[in-house]
Ligand binder design. Sequence first.
Ligand SMILES: C[S@@+](CC[C@H](N)C(=O)[O-])C[C@H]1O[C@@H](n2cnc3c(N)ncnc32)[C@H](O)[C@@H]1O
Length: 412
Amino acid sequence: MAVRLELRKDAGKLDPRSGPWIRRKQVGRVLGPPDPSAVAALVDRRGKVLGHGLYSPESAIVLRMIQWGERAPEPRWLEARVEAALLARRRLGLGVDGQTTGYREVNSEGDGLPGLVVDRFGAWRVLQVTTAPMAARIDSILAALGGAAQGLDGCIVLGPRSAAEREGFPAFERVLDASGGPGDAPEALRWLEHGQVVTAPAPPAQKTGAYHDQRDNRRAFASLVAGLPAPHLGTEPGAILDLGCHVGGFAIAAARASTRRVVAVDQSAAVLDYVVRNAAANGLEPGRVSSVRADMFGSLDAPELAGPFSAIVFDPPKIASSRRDLGRATGAMARTSATLLRRLEPGGVLALCSCSHHLGVAELDRAMLEAGERSGRPCSRVAVWGPGPDHPVWPCHVEGEYLRVAVYQRRE
Ligand SMILES: C[S@@+](CC[C@H](N)C(=O)[O-])C[C@H]1O[C@@H](n2cnc3c(N)ncnc32)[C@H](O)[C@@H]1O
């Protein structure tokens, strides 16, 4: 039996511009079984079909629209969208020139596939499924992605516990070989990013394994650093600090583009081992990139962190899950940024990153204003960066907008 979700009278105006998420509180009645493998119709109180979506019977977001209008999606909609996403990456030149073999192949709503993320890491593919309807379709997704023909060694498929609890499906983690049979996880993921060799612990250590969304920002930061002169004639320029470094992407790109010393900081000992390993794999002499284990929101009192620094990137994890968290999150960003500004040379740059949807450029500006006042070192914003083109955003889906990097320069 087809599933129909009937809107409440007070559900508000829903159309292709109002975004793809339909919340439980907007739905009056569900007609049909609680089946997440169904493509459900969204109907108004007169029975008019407004569109079709993926049904999450147990979630607060009960329907994610995949098509508006009366017409139902064609039977191969899933396969067609997966194929289109893969083709779009090739058209962007990703995975084509041999210089970048790590990139996002599917970006959830941005590719019309809500609840599905697929990241490529050289010969491995990592899938992350975060909704019940995508978990119910995993075999079709794997078949549509293909495997052996694309030179893959295997695939890791993750249904993380937090999403599983929210959506009501059993959490899972599977490793498949290239032919789709059970396989063994790799010791590490390995790929190239703009010619830079990167290795990272295999998931589920962090997300899908690494942060491809910052790929082009790591390159932009490196070229900014390469052009920064010493603050005074005849002096040596300061070092570079990568705070929240994961496996050292910003640190190593900056070290390769300059002759400066780079310090990489993270709280995870496991990823810091990879920073050293990645520096060596890229031909950097021992000691050019050093690693320090520290809490980015703590006092940062290790001697290596005293500065002066000519460039700093501060890339925390998601620290604001909702609007309610904003005051606490901007306060924490401001406190750490004030500490960092005291160690930044005049004319030096600080790249402040947010991967929290609610923490946008306006909130980053506010944190920097407060940091400037606390430290007595005012700054001006000189650039704003976002995710790379392999992280498309569906314009009506405001929640899909999350990564912002605001770059500030210390005024003299
Ligand atoms: C968004 S990721 C950074 C990505 C990284 N900059 C890159 O380009 O790949 C955030 C990082 O912060 C680290 N982290 C989380 N909480 C931290 C804390 N309190 N202190 C230091 N590092 C922390 C995580 O281990 C993770 O590597």
